[in-house]
Design a protein around this ligand. Structure first.
Ligand code: IVH
Length: 703
C-alpha cells in the first residue's frame, strides 16, 4: 500500500467510526483503537503535507456534526486535548511543563467525564442556546434538548455573554434503568446513551432520559480570571454544576485561605505538593470505582491563566492541559515462543516472542511475561491468542489470553541459567542466577555502566560492548578505561574515526560526578537515589568503605531514606574484594570517587553542629527525607530517634511520641513553615544574588 492509499484508508476508517459513534451512538471500535488510528493518520499527514485534504477527520478535530440538526458557529474554538496513558508519560509532561516555568507551577486535576461534550451559551443571565462540539468550530444546535436537563440552570447571575463547556452524562444506575425500560438494551454504555439522547430530534423523548451535566471551563466576555480555580468557582457561584473532585497540586506553599477556598468549593478536593500529583492519578483508579458515573481518565491543567497563554497551543490542542486516560492501547496477536532474559542483577525475565503486531504506532514482536507466577496466572501456551498493552514508552506486556490455541502443555520455567547454566534461585516472585561471573550478567553490567542514563559513553553502545565482551577485550568495568582500543584497528567497523570517538567519549565520561559513578557501578539496590544519599552523607568512597567495613547496620539505617535492606546491600558491596579492586583501578584512571571540593566550599553550612530528628508529615517535603536532605546539605546531622544529643525536632502534622520526648530533652521544636523560612533566610543572605532569585531556587529545590 502506498502512503497515499494508507492515508485514504485511515480517513475512511476514522470517518466511519465517527459516524457510528456520534451519529448512530454505536461504537464500532474502542476509544483506544480510534486514538491509535487518529494518531497514525495525523503522523502520516504531517510527514506528507502533499496529501492534505481539508475534509480529513484530523482537519475537523473529530467532527460530530449531525446533518439533521441545525448547525451554528461556536464563539470560542472547542479544542480537544492531547492524551497519554501512563504515569511515566504524565510525569514527563509535568516535568517538561515545569522546566519552562520552574518556580511557579500549579496544576489542577479533574475527572474526565465520559459523556458527550456540549457548549452552553448564556447572555443576559439566560441560557440562549447550546451546541455540540461538532468539528470544533461549528456544532449542532441542541438547545431544546439541553433545556430538559435538570441540573442545567436556565438562568445564572452573571449577565454578560459567557460560553460554558461541559460534558453531558448519565449515571450508571439511571443508564441501566433507562436502557432496560426504554432502550431495549440497545446502548452499549452510558456515554452512547448520553450522546444519542442529547441529539434526539424530539425533546420530549430527551426529557424521559435523566441526563445530567458537569461543567469544566467557561469563557465570559467581560471577566478575566487569573486562574482555572477562579474560573471553576465562578461557574459554581453561578449555579453551574462543577465536579466535586478537584485536585490541586503546587510547587509553592499553599496558604490557609486558598486551602479553605478550595475545600469549600469542592467537597472532594485534594491539595498537595506537585510531586504527589502522579500518586493522585494512580489513586484515582480506586476512587473511579466508587463514582456513580463513568470517567475515562483525568484532565490535568495548568492553573495559572497567564502561564497558559505563554504555553500556547499546537495545531490540535492546548499545551497547558493533557488527558491521562485509564485504558492503554492494546492489540491482539499470537504467542510464538518464549525466551528467558538474564538481567545485569541476574534476574530471569520470561519474554514472549510474538507474531509482529502494530500497537500504538510501533510494531511489537516481544513483550514481557514478568515471572513464573505471572505465566501460571495467565495459563499461557505457545499458539495462544493474547492481548498485549503498552503504557507509554515502557516495554509492552502480555495482559491476558483471549483464545487458547491447541497447545495445552504448560510452559516450563528453566531450572538453570540460560547463559551460564548455574542452578537458579528463587527470591520473592523472581528467579535469579547467583553466579557473579555469569556472562550475561557481566555484559549487562557493562552495558548499564556505559548507558545513557549512567556514564553515557556514547560510542560504547550495547552492540559494541557485546562485541568487545565476546572477544574477551572488555570483561569488567575497569577494562573500559584500560583497554587499548587501537588494537581494534583493522577489524571490520573499527576505523580510525570510530576508535578516536571511543577514546574521546571514554575520556569525557571521567567528568561525571561521584554520585553518577557510584550509581553506574550497578551495585545491588544502589540506584541513583541511594547513591545521592550516600554521597551527601559520606562525600567520598573512602568514607563509605570505612563505614561499611565496620559492618554496623545501624550506622546506615540511621540515615533518612535508608532501610535495612539497603544498609545491608551497602555493607555487602563495600566489603567485596572484587569491587574494591575495581574502585582502585577506576580511581587511578581518573574517575571521580569524591564530591567536587568546589561544591563543598560553595555550600552554606549554617546548620553545622545541629542534630535533627524529623517527625510527622509535611505538605512540602514528601517523602520527608527531602527535609532531611536539606538539613544535611546545610551541614546539620539527622538522627532517627530523639535523645539527649538532639538539638532540633522538625515537626510536621500528626507528630507522635517524638514531640513529647523532644520537649522533655529540651530540643528546639521547629515547624514546617519556620524551617522553610530558616532555609530561605540563611541561604538568601549568604550569597550575593538578589533575594527573589535565591528564593526561587530554594523553592525549586524543595520540589
Ligand atoms: S478540558 C481546552 N476537562 O474530554 C479544554 N475536558 O479532549 C479542553 N472532558 O472534548 C477540555 N471532562 O469533552 C476538559 N474535566 C474536563 C473534561 C473534559 C471530559 C472531555 C471534553 C473534551 C475531551 C478532551
Amino acid at each position: 500500500m502506498t502512503v497515499k492509499e494508507e492515508i485514504i484508508a485511515l480517513r475512511q476508517q476514522i470517518a466511519l467510526a465517527q459516524r457510528a459513534y456520534y451519529v448512530d451512538s454505536n461504537s464500532i471500535m474502542s476509544d483506544v483503537e480510534f486514538d491509535v488510528l487518529f494518531d497514525k493518520l495525523s503522523k502520516l499527514e504531517s510527514e506528507h503535507p502533499e496529501f492534505y485534504d481539508a475534509n480529513s477527520p484530523t482537519a475537523k478535530i473529530g467532527s460530530d456534526i449531525d446533518n439533521e440538526l441545525p448547525e451554528r458557529e461556536h464563539s470560542v474554538p472547542v479544542l480537544s486535548l492531547d492524551k497519554c496513558y501512563s504515569a511515566e508519560d504524565m510525569l514527563g509532561w509535568i516535568k517538561r511543563t515545569q522546566d519552562k516555568f520552574p518556580s511557579q507551577i500549579e496544576l489542577s486535576i479533574e475527572p474526565k467525564i465520559d459523556g458527550s461534550g456540549v457548549v452552553l451559551y448564556y447572555d443576559n443571565g439566560e441560557l440562549q442556546y447550546a451546541l455540540t462540539r461538532g468539528n470544533g468550530y461549528i456544532g449542532n444546535d441542541i438547545t431544546a434538548n439541553v433545556k430538559t436537563i435538570r441540573n442545567i440552570p436556565l438562568k445564572i447571575s452573571y449577565t454578560g455573554k459567557v460560553a460554558v463547556r461541559g460534558e453531558i452524562y448519565i449515571t450508571t444506575k439511571d443508564f441501566e434503568e433507562y436502557n432496560k425500560n426504554y432502550g431495549d438494551n440497545r446502548y452499549a454504555n452510558p456515554r452512547n446513551l448520553a450522546s444519542g439522547c442529547s441529539r434526539r430530534l424530539k425533546s420530549s423523548e430527551v426529557a424521559e432520559c435523566p441526563l445530567r451535566i458537569f461543567v469544566y471551563e467557561c469563557f465570559p466576555e467581560n471577566q478575566i480570571f487569573s486562574s482555572h480555580l477562579e474560573n471553576m468557582i465562578f461557574m459554581k457561584e453561578n449555579g453551574l454544576p462543577v465536579n466535586s473532585y478537584f485536585g490541586f497540586f503546587t510547587s509553592q506553599n499553599i496558604n490557609e485561605e486558598l486551602r479553605d477556598k478550595i475545600n469549600r468549593a469542592f467537597p472532594d478536593s485534594t491539595i498537595g505538593n506537585l510531586q504527589n500529583a502522579v500518586e493522585y492519578l494512580l489513586k484515582f483508579s480506586q476512587i473511579r470505582k466508587t463514582l456513580d458515573y463513568d470517567i475515562d481518565g483525568l484532565v490535568i491543567k495548568v492553573n495559572d491563566i497567564a502561564l497558559r497563554e505563554k504555553l500556547g497551543m499546537t495545531e490540535h490542542h492546548p499545551r497547558w492541559a493533557i488527558a491521562y486516560k485509564f485504558d492503554a492501547p492494546t492489540a491482539q496477536t499470537i504467542l510464538k515462543g518464549v525466551t528467558f532474559q538474564v538481567g545485569r542483577g541476574g534476574r530471569i525475565t520470561p519474554v514472549a516472542l510474538l507474531q509482529p503486531v502494530e500497537l500504538a504506532g510501533s510494531v511489537i514482536s516481544r513483550a514481557t511475561l514478568h515471572n513464573e507466577d505471572y505465566i501460571q496466572m495467565l495459563g499461557i501456551n505457545i499458539g495462544d491468542t493474547v492481548n498485549i498493552s503498552k503504557r507509554g514508552d515502557v516495554i509492552p506486556a502480555v495482559e491476558e489470553v483471549v483464545e487458547k490455541g491447541e497447545n495445552i502443555e504448560p510452559l516450563s520455567f528453566p531450572e538453570k541459567c540460560p547463559s551460564c547454566a548455574s542452578i537458579l534461585v528463587k527470591d520473592g516472585a523472581h528467579h535469579f542466577c547467583a553466579n557473579s561471573e555469569c556472562p550475561k550478567k557481566m555484559l549487562g553490567r557493562l552495558q548499564y555502566f556505559a548507558g545513557r542514563s549512567q556514564m553515557n559513553i556514547e560510542s560504547l553502545g550495547d552492540k559494541t560492548l557485546e562485541f568487545l565482551f565476546e572477544n574477551n577485550m572488555i570483561i569488567q568495568i575497569s577494562d573500559i578505561y584500560t583497554f587499548d582500543f587501537w588494537k581494534l584497528l583493522g577489524t571490520e567497523g573499527y576505523g580510525e574515526k570510530k576508535i578516536r570517538n571511543i577514546f574521546q567519549s571514554v575520556e569525557e565520561s571521567k567528568k561525571n560526578p561521584f554520585s553518577v559513578v557510584l550509581a553506574s557501578l550497578g551495585l545491588k539496590d544502589i540506584g541513583g537515589k541511594a547513591a545521592e544519599i550516600l554521597v551527601n552523607n559520606f562525600h567520598s568512597v573512602d568514607k563509605i568503605i570505612e563505614a561499611a567495613q565496620k559492618k554496623n547496620l545501624q550506622f546506615f539505617t540511621d540515615i533518612d531514606g535508608f532501610g535495612e535492606t539497603l544498609a545491608q546491600s551497602v555493607i555487602d558491596s563495600f566489603n567485596d574484594e572484587k569491587l574494591l579492586e575495581q574502585i582502585k583501578i577506576l580511581k587511578n584512571v581518573g574517575l571521580k570517587f569524591a564530591e567536587d571540593e568546589k561544591n563543598e566550599q560553595e555550600t552554606n553550612l549554617f546548620l553545622s553542629g545541629t542534630r535533627w530528628v524529623v517527625t510527622g508529615s509535611f505538605a512540602t517535603f514528601k517523602p520527608r527525607e527531602k527535609a532531611a536532605e536539606l538539613i544535611k546539605k546545610y551541614g546539620g546531622e539527622v538522627l532517627s530517634s530523639v535523645s539527649g544529643k538532639t538539638t532540633h525536632l522538625l515537626c510536621g502534622e500528626e507528630a507522635g511520641s517524638k514531640l513529647e520526648k523532644a520537649r522533655s530533652v529540651g530540643a528546639n521544636i521547629v515547624d514546617e513553615q519556620t524551617f522553610i523560612k530558616m532555609i530561605e533566610e540563611n541561604t538568601a543572605s549568604q550569597e550575593k544574588k538578589p533575594d527573589n532569585v535565591k528564593k526561587a531556587e530554594v523553592q525549586l529545590e524543595l520540589f
